[in-house]
Design a protein around this ligand. Structure first.
Ligand SMILES: C[S@@+](CC[C@H](N)C(=O)[O-])C[C@H]1O[C@@H](n2cnc3c(N)ncnc32)[C@H](O)[C@@H]1O
Length: 451
C-alpha cells in the first residue's frame, strides 16, 4: 500500500460514483463525522493518481473538508478507467445503500467490455443478474420493494401504489387492515357461524371459506373513485365493511341486502362504533330488485358492490337469493339488479364491482366478469380500470398439490372492475387531483389509530 499525504483540493470526487451523496444532517453523514472527530481519519481515502479521481472515501473527503482539514493521508493506486470503476464498486459494495440508476449504468458500462472480469466489482454473476432484473422491471420493483421511497411517496397520496395489480399480501396492506380491524369491524356477524371479522383473517386453520370485504380495498376505492362526500350505493351490501368505511370516510351510504339478520347485525356494529346516527348510513333488508324504494335514479356518486360469485357461497335459502338460483336464474336476476344499480348512478361517476369468475362442475370458468361488462355497457358504462386484487394465499397452499393433479392452478385473485358512466375525458373535471395525506389526515380517514 502506497500512502501519501495529499492536499484535499487535488482529490477529485468521481462524477460516476454510484453511492448516494450524503449531506450534512443525514444520519449516516453525522455518524461518519462524529467518528472522524473521535478517532481521526483511520481509513485512508483511495486515490487514483492516473486520473486524479477518488476511488473510495468520497464521504470521508466531504467530512474532512467540512471539518476544515486541508490534507489527508491517502492510499494511492495507479489504475486505468475500467479498473478504477471496478475498484470503486468493490470498495462501496461492503455496506450502505446504492443509487440504483448510477450503479446500473456503471455495471452496464463495465459489462459492455466482454473481456472485462466483472467479478472485480465484488458482484458475482448471479448478483448482477438479480440486480438487472430488479432494475429492469421498474414497476414490479416498486410493488415488491415497499419500503422503497417511490412506493412510499405513492402511498402518501394514494394509500397504496395505484397499479393494476393490488397486492393485499404486502405488509403495508396488512398493517392498514389491522388499523381497520382495531376499530371493531364485525363484518362476518349475521352469517351462519357468526364469525367475527378478526377471526376470519386468520387464514389457514380458521379459514371457513366465507368472504369478507377487505376494508383497505374499500377505503382506496372510495378515495380513488368517489367524489368527496359522495353518496355510495351498494345493492349487495353483505357485511358491515362498506357501510362503516363510508361513514368514517364521511360519505353517505345506502346498502341493500336480502338477509334481515345481516342488516340487523350491520346496524348493531355501526352502533357499537358510535357512528353518527344522522341518516347518512342506511341499510335496508330487501331484494335489490326493489331498490327503487330506497334510492332514486341518477343520485349515487359511486356504486361499490360485491355480488355473490354465483353459487360459490350460498347465503340463504330464500328463493330471491341469487346465490341460490340455477345459473340461468342467476344471470337474469343479477343482470336486472346490476342494470338497475347502474341507473342509480349520476353521469360522470364510477361503478366498482368486485367479482371473480367461478368454475362450473367440469372446471371451466363461467364468465361472470364478461356478463357484468355486457350489462354495464348496455347501461352506458365502459370498463375504465381492470384491476386484479391479489389475496393472501391462506388455505390455497393446502389445495395446490391436489389441484395440480388436474393441472389446475389455485386462484388467489379477484377482479376489481371499475366502470365509468359518461365520457372519461371529464374525469379530471369531476374528480379533484388527490393530494398527499399527512399522518393526521390518515388518522382522520381511518377514524382512530390503535397503535
Ligand atoms: C358476496 S356477498 C357479500 C359478501 C361480501 N364480501 C361482504 O361484504 O360481506 C353478496 C350478498 O348478496 C346478498 N344477496 C343475494 N341475493 C340478493 C338479492 N336478490 N338482493 C339483495 N342482496 C342479495 C347476499 O345476502 C350476500 O350478503
Amino acid at each position: 500500500m502506497k500512502l501519501q499525504v495529499m492536499p484535499l483540493e487535488k482529490l477529485n470526487p468521481a462524477a460516476y460514483n454510484p453511492r448516494k451523496d450524503l449531506q450534512p444532517g443525514d444520519a449516516e453523514y453525522e455518524k461518519l463525522k462524529h467518528s472522524i472527530e473521535t478517532f481521526g481519519c483511520v481509513q485512508a481515502i483511495v486515490w487514483n493518481e492516473r486520473s486524479g479521481n477518488v476511488v473510495g472515501g468520497h464521504q470521508t473527503l466531504k467530512v474532512l473538508k467540512d471539518l476544515g482539514r486541508t490534507e489527508a493521508e491517502v492510499s494511492v493506486v495507479d489504475l486505468d478507467d475500467e479498473h478504477e470503476k471496478a475498484l470503486n464498486i468493490a470498495l462501496n459494495k461492503i455496506s450502505g445503500s446504492w443509487d440504483n440508476d448510477k450503479l446500473d449504468a456503471l455495471l452496464t458500462e463495465l459489462a459492455a467490455d466482454m473481456d472485462f472480469d466483472m467479478e472485480l466489482t465484488g458482484f458475482d454473476p448471479d448478483e448482477i443478474d438479480a440486480l438487472g432484473e430488479e432494475l429492469g422491471e421498474e414497476a414490479a420493483g416498486i410493488m415488491s420493494k415497499l419500503s422503497d421511497n417511490v412506493a412510499g411517496t405513492l402511498a402518501d397520496t394514494f394509500l397504496v401504489p395505484p397499479f393494476s395489480v393490488l397486492d393485499a399480501r404486502q405488509g403495508y396492506w396488512q398493517d392498514r387492515k389491522k388499523h381497520w380491524l382495531g376499530l371493531g369491524l364485525k363484518s362476518e356477524c349475521g352469517r351462519g357461524e357468526n364469525l367475527t371479522f378478526a377471526k376470519s383473517l386468520q387464514m389457514g386453520k380458521n379459514d371457513n371459506g366465507t368472504s369478507v370485504f377487505d376494508p383497505v380495498l374499500c377505503e382506496i376505492m372510495y378515495r380513488w373513485f368517489n367524489v368527496p362526500g359522495g353518496l355510495v350505493f351498494d345493492p349487495f351490501a353483505g357485511g358491515s365493511v362498506r357501510g362503516i368505511v363510508a361513514s368514517i370516510s364521511k360519505m353517505p351510504y345506502v346498502g341493500i341486502d336480502l338477509r334481515p339478520e345481516q342488516i340487523e347485525s350491520n346496524i348493531q356494529n355501526a352502533k357499537e362504533l358510535s357512528l353518527p346516527e344522522d341518516g347518512s348510513l342506511q341499510w335496508y333488508a330487501d331484494d335489490s330488485k326493489n331498490m327503487d324504494k330506497y334510492i332514486e335514479d341518477g343520485t349515487a356518486d359511486l356504486l361499490l358492490t360485491c355480488p355473490p360469485y354465483f353459487d360459490l357461497e350460498v347465503y340463504s335459502d330464500s328463493p330471491n337469493d341469487i346465490s341460490n338460483m340455477d345459473y340461468a336464474g342467476f344471470t337474469t336476476a343479477y343482470s336486472e339488479i346490476i342494470g338497475k344499480a347502474a341507473e342509480k348512478l349520476k353521469e360522470n361517476r364510477f361503478a366498482v364491482v368486485v367479482l371473480s369468475d367461478v368454475r362450473e362442475n367440469y372446471g371451466f370458468y363461467r364468465d361472470l366478469t364478461g356478463l357484468t361488462k355486457r350489462v354495464m355497457a348496455e347501461h352506458g358504462l365502459g370498463l375504465y380500470n381492470d384491476i386484479i386484487l391479489l389475496n393472501q394465499i391462506g388455505s390455497g397452499a393446502c389445495r395446490v398439490r391436489r389441484n395440480m393433479v388436474m393441472r389446475k392452478v389455485v386462484r388467489t385473485h379477484q377482479n376489481v372492475m371499475v366502470f365509468y358512466k359518461g365520457g372519461p375525458k371529464g374525469v379530471k373535471d369531476y374528480f379533484p387531483e388527490l393530494q398527499e395525506i399527512d399522518d393526521k389526515k390518515v388518522a382522520d380517514i381511518v377514524g382512530s389509530n390503535p397503535e
